[in-house]
Design a protein around this ligand. Structure first.
Ligand code: GLN
Ligand code: ZN
Length: 766
């Protein structure tokens, strides 16, 4: 007899460890400080401790805990488990070195490509499909997670990326003739092998994640994807022996996929009904009521897996009871991978702000409290319901959150705010800057040396005072300025030594944001970030960058470019509010930054760059939601710059080169100069732009800063020529692909010297 689905569950949990134990184990193993056995022991302990903790927090039923652990990436794990990537497996696990070679590359082979997982800041490894790919079950890793947990007294639920999502995320290797989804049937048969083997090992439930079904996947209609999913799951659910199948649809709402999955015969369906998702698609609850039969167990993902706010438990309970279903469980909308472990690890957050937050552990408690309340009423979990109610009320009333002044300022914005004078007038006015032909510049940051990092850390820990810190930074600026002068760069930057991170730095200097001590979330592999928390109306208590930029200008006769991070990127890399629209927060940040731009301009800085590398990242997963997003995001960027004089030159930097559907938006940013990544695509990106009404300055990167390789002068000359074939010389800027922060000085010096030499060679020739 297989067990029924647990009443309370979550669909995934962070895996880096509450004290980043996994990160430390990974990095020690990679550096050769520990061997494979020690690594295995460290992550074994982490997994078992996690299961114990989750049980303590209330996930006590069999199969309530997902086995969502991964050494590096869950997409890679699934691809290996079904042979989409061929693998050698050792007795019970993947071959570790081969696994990390795929993820990180070796001297001989480059790593798998990495890209963002849906609209989150997690990066997955992109599996490559070839005609010769032979799918095959490799369930050893899944089996070992199950048996290890069982030995410690836990029945955990294996998790795989579902077949439809796996294929839509895969890319085809050059020369491949079939498109990935053509191979769904074949792949489904191998999924069936994998889960049948799990069933034979005594596993009652497996989880298959299908976020692709809540997105618009280029090249397919929603119906086509749904039909594919319906077929795949009918095969899996219709087979004679298999565990019960739980399919999740996180990060948004199902359209055609809802009836396809409901009628496929799967045993449980996990849906995202977080308040944020319901706000975007208010009809979802009704569609669930109409389309999910009682025979399908509904797993209601009501606790938001991606935000950091304490849930409104009473409202959540009302939604759950409103569903009116017998076969109902309580869960998270997405994996909790996207939030830090626990608020209890934070000691420096303002106490009121801390009381409004729920990280992963607190969210598990919320799931448990709702589950109990569903049968026993809210009084049975009065403490949790009271906490939720208090958090909601104190937050709504807090003077820290609401500023009448900020609200008045955004409310007074007019529809035509945000537009500068026409470009022709600006171009004329900017000729006073006397920018030379084919001007050279960099994207902003210079390598962050150990001394710079130490000075910042010492200052944060009060080991050095403000004056000592300031002189350390100024000394660094002096070095970076004279280096740029020696190299012959035309537009000088200060190098950003004072910034730990381009978003956190601004969050620390704006009111309305809090930063955490231990709020780490996984970005990819062992890489973690600590996103700032935007909790209130945003304002700028004092100028932020002005002093550094004006100091820089005193050190050189050349043009100096000020450097800011734009509102969309600040939002994209922070935890955002759930009590006001993103567009409102964007306007608030934009107005604060516009004061900064005005101050820079008044201080004589004639060029200001406003970076928006995340503009494309926040693009909604559904096409129908995209225009509204692009409207507010573009407007917020323009608001930053709308008050500057025509003669002040505004640059922007975007970290990618595939403009696709956002090309109109990029054009609408109306920056005077736009720098983009182009070195790796060898200027192909300019084809998109050349066809376009993109008549302003453009700086396609000629130096790929993601690699330590120093590009040669002929190579750079060739790229500049390739750019000149597509862009008129008077519009072209010569710059690297991105900031130089992660590189070393020796390669940066050599590469920039070559960049200037290549530019000079091109100029001398004409
Ligand atoms: N100005 C930033 C830097 O140079 C831009 C970084 C980015 O685009 N991600 O580091
Ligand atoms: Zn960049």
């Amino acid at each position: 007899m297989t067990s029924s689905f647990p009443q309370a569950t979550i669909t995934g949990y962070p895996r880096i460890g509450p004290r980043r134990e996994q990160k430390k184990a990974l990095e020690s193993y990679w550096a050769g400080r520990i061997d494979a056995d020690e690594f295995a022991q460290a992550v074994h302990t982490l997994r078992i401790d996690t299961y114990h903790r989750l049980r303590e927090l209330g996930l006590t039923e069999d199969y309530a805990i997902p086995a969502s652990y991964s050494h590096y990436d869950h997409v890679l794990d699934t691809a290996l488990s079904v042979g989409l990537i061929p693998s050698a497996t050792t007795g019970t696990d993947f071959d570790l070195d081969e696994y990390f070679a795929l993820a990180r590359g070796t001297a001989q082979r480059s790593p798998l490509e990495m890209t963002k997982w849906f609209d989150t800041n997690y990066h997955y490894l992109v599996p490559e499909l070839e005609d010769s790919t032979h799918f095959k079950a490799h369930p050893q890793h899944l089996l070992s997670l199950v048996s290890e947990a069982r030995a410690a007294g836990h029945l955990v639920r294996p998790v795989l990326v579902g077949p439809v999502t796996l294929l839509t995320l895969a890319k085809t290797a050059p020369g491949t003739t079939t498109s990935p989804l053509d191979r769904l049937e074949e792949l489904t048969a191998v999924y069936l092998d994998v889960i049948s083997i799990l069933a034979a090992a005594g596993v009652d439930w497996v989880q298959l994640d299908e976020p692709a079904l809540v997105t618009d996947v280029p090249g397919f209609t929603d119906e086509q994807l749904a039909e594919a999913a319906g077929r795949a799951y009918a095969t899996l659910a219709g087979a004679s022996t298999h565990p019960k199948i739980f399919v999740t649809a996180p990060y948004g709402t199902l359209r055609s996929g809802l009836s396809a999955l409901s009628s496929s015969g799967i045993d449980a369906l996990g849906v995202d009904i977080s308040a944020a998702t319901r706000a975007i698609d208010p009809g979802y609850l009704d569609r669930l009521a109409a389309e999910v039969p009682e025979s399908t167990h509904l797993v209601a993902g009501i606790i938001d897996g991606r935000n950091v706010w304490a849930a409104d438990l009473q409202e959540s309970l009302d939604v759950l009871t409103g569903l009116g279903r017998e076969a109902l469980s309580v869960s998270t909308s997405t994996s909790l991978l996207h939030v830090p472990y626990t608020v209890a690890n934070e000691s420096a957050l303002p106490v009121d702000v801390a009381s409004w937050l729920s990280f992963a552990e607190e969210k598990v408690t919320e799931v448990e409290a709702l589950t109990t309340a569903l049968t026993a009423g809210p009084d049975a979990r009065a403490e949790a319901f009271n906490r939720s109610d208090r958090a909601r009320r104190t937050r709504a009333e807090s003077a820290r959150v609401h500023s009448a002044e900020v609200a008045a300022r955004t409310a007074s914005l007019a529809d035509d705010d945000g537009f500068r004078t026409d470009y022709a007038t600006r171009r004329q006015a900017q000729s006073a800057l006397e920018i030379p032909s084919l001007p050279t510049t960099t994207i902003g940051s210079f390598p962050q040396t150990a001394e710079v990092r130490r000075a910042r850390a010492d200052h944060r820990a009060s080991r050095i005072d403000d004056a000592a810190y300031e002189s350390a930074m100024k000394a660094e600026i002096d070095r970076v300025v004279s280096l740029q002068e020696d190299l012959g760069l035309d537009v000088i930057v200060h190098g950003e030594p004072e910034r730990n991170d381009m978003v956190q730095y601004f969050a620390e200097n704006l009111d309305g944001f809090a930063t955490t001590d231990n709020g780490w979330v996984q970005s990819y592999g062992s890489r973690c970030t600590r996103p700032p928390i935007l909790f209130g109306d945003v304002s700028r208590p004092a100028p932020i960058t002005v002093e550094w930029s004006t100091y820089t200008a005193t050190r050189t006769q050349r043009l100096v470019k000020g450097m800011l991070t734009g509102p969309v990127t600040i939002l994209a890399w922070s935890f955002v509010r759930d009590d006001v629209a993103l567009a409102e927060s964007a306007d608030q940040i934009a107005l604060a930054l516009s004061d900064e731009v005005a101050d820079l301009e008044a201080a004589g800085i004639g060029i200001v760059q406003v970076d928006e590398p995340a503009l494309r990242e926040l693009l909604p997963l559904r096409e129908t939601d995209r225009q509204a997003y692009l409207d507010w995001s573009v407007r917020s960027f323009r608001l930053v710059n709308s008050r500057v004089a025509p003669g002040t030159q505004i640059h922007t930097h975007l970290c990618y080169s595939e403009f696709g559907e956002i090309i109109d938006a990029i054009n609408a940013l109306d920056a005077d100069v736009t720098s983009i990544e182009a070195a790796r695509s060898r200027m192909e990106v300019l084809d998109d732009i050349a066809d376009f009404d993109f008549v302003r300055g453009i700086g396609p990167g000629v130096y790929d800063i993601h690699s330590p390789r120093v590009p040669s002068v002929p190579e750079l000359t060739e790229l500049i020529d390739a750019a000149l074939a597509k862009v008129p010389a008077e519009r072209l800027w010569i710059n690297p692909d991105c900031g130089l922060k992660t590189r070393g000085y020796s390669e940066v010096r050599a590469s920039l010297a070559n960049l200037v030499a290549a530019r000079d060679a091109v100029l001398a020739r004409d």
